[in-house]
Design a protein around this ligand. Structure first.
Ligand code: HEC
Ligand code: HEC
Ligand code: HEC
Ligand code: HEC
Ligand code: HEC
Length: 216
């Protein structure tokens, strides 16, 4: 029986199929790495804000305590955002007429909150609690980075489930003494952590990694 295709064409066809399969596998692998990389999670990307607020100036140079503006951070799930009145406690005296502060002045006049754009926002099915961390030796810097050096606030970690679990499996090496949770540029030393804390978290790891801790 005569061959339907020449041998040469059959070979080309097979090579073609192999190439298409390799490309598909490559795309899946690249997609996987992209989704695991920071850029898929908006790491390092500032959001558009109504006022060009600068942490490097306020928390850095002026050394204003984080809790002056994020006053719930040691008590509740949310850290809390500063009201326009908090800004005006200083800006009724400094930079008074500045046009950059116009949204702050009108928020006070209209008795409305300033609409800050979230930089960190978990999906609603994931539960997070600031006080649970901050009162147990997990520092702002560990999750939010050097906020005191940021001219524009950005995420430094993905906040993905994998990132949470990396710490929850073995938190001890990430913990600080309680008086250093607000410090920036702190280098944790192993000796800072009492051995009983280490032992405590070895037995807590199972609870901290169970689904219902963060999905409730
Ligand atoms: C003078 C007030 C003030 C102080 C002090 C301050 N912040 Fe903020 N913070 C703000 C404002 C205003 C925003 C919203 C604008 C922005 O994202 O830059 C904000 C946003 C943030 C965000 C992002 C919030 C989001 O929606 O994702 C983090 C994280 C944060 N601050 C951490 C800190 C830490 C840590 C400190 C202490 C080192 C600190 N802040 C000190 C006023 C302040
Ligand atoms: C264990 C990691 C972790 C620590 C420690 C931490 N944060 Fe956060 N922060 C987050 C996460 C996650 C979110 C997003 C929360 C959400 O969407 O429910 C967030 C959100 C915020 C926000 C936005 C407003 C809000 O409450 O959602 C501010 C402001 C903030 N953090 C400030 C701080 C400050 C100040 C500290 C230290 C006193 C701190 N955080 C410590 C992980 C952390
Ligand atoms: C404890 C006092 C204090 C508080 C509270 C405060 N600021 Fe300021 N802010 C200052 C000082 C001081 C400057 C610097 C003025 C200068 O350098 O001329 C400044 C500068 C600024 C600038 C100009 C930044 C630039 O580009 O140079 C903006 C915008 C600003 N603040 C916004 C805010 C907002 C928004 C809030 C409330 C979330 C706030 N500030 C709360 C003291 C404060
Ligand atoms: C750097 C370490 C670290 C990171 C990152 C971290 N956690 Fe935690 N988390 C802890 C520690 C330590 C505790 C235990 C506090 C205690 O002893 O009660 C905790 C406790 C919690 C609790 C309270 C558990 C309970 O019922 O007592 C929740 C909820 C939680 N974490 C959610 C999250 C989520 C969601 C993320 C990621 C967005 C996250 N955590 C990231 C260290 C971390
Ligand atoms: C320490 C906190 C924490 C624990 C424990 C945890 N998760 Fe999550 N999970 C998160 C956070 C934060 C997100 C949202 C970010 C993301 O999608 O990675 C998430 C997202 C998810 C998603 C959506 C994933 C997606 O791609 O949209 C699923 C499904 C999920 N978790 C299932 C589970 C299951 C099942 C367990 C128990 C084996 C578990 N989680 C334990 C924090 C946690």
């Amino acid at each position: 029986m005569a061959q339907l295709f020449e041998q040469r064409h059959t070979t080309m066809f097979r090579v073609g199929i192999v190439l298409v399969l390799l490309a598909a596998i490559g795309a899946v692998i690249m997609g996987y790495f992209w989704s695991r990389s920071g850029s898929a999670w908006n790491v390092g990307k500032p959001a558009l804000q109504p006022v060009p607020f600068r942490h490097d100036l306020h928390a850095g140079s002026l050394r204003i305590d984080c809790r002056y503006c994020h006053s719930n951070v040691e008590r509740t799930a949310g850290a809390g955002m500063p009201s326009a009145h908090t800004c005006m406690s200083c800006h009724s005296q400094v930079w008074v007429g500045a046009s950059a502060l116009e949204p702050v002045r009108s928020a006070v006049a209209l008795q409305q909150p300033i609409e800050w754009t979230s930089v960190h926002r978990l999906p609603p099915f994931a539960f997070f609690h600031h006080a649970a961390h901050v009162t147990k030796g997990v520092a702002c810097e560990t999750c939010h980075g050097r906020v005191d050096q940021m001219a524009r606030t950005v995420k430094v970690h993905t906040l993905s489930m994998g990132w949470c679990l990396d710490c929850h499996r073995d938190p001890a090496p990430h913990l600080r003494p309680q008086n250093a949770v607000l410090a920036m540029g702190y280098e944790p030393h192993d000796r800072d952590l009492p051995p009983e804390v280490r032992a405590h978290y070895r037995s807590e790891a199972r609870r901290l990694t169970s689904c219902s801790t963060c999905h409730r």
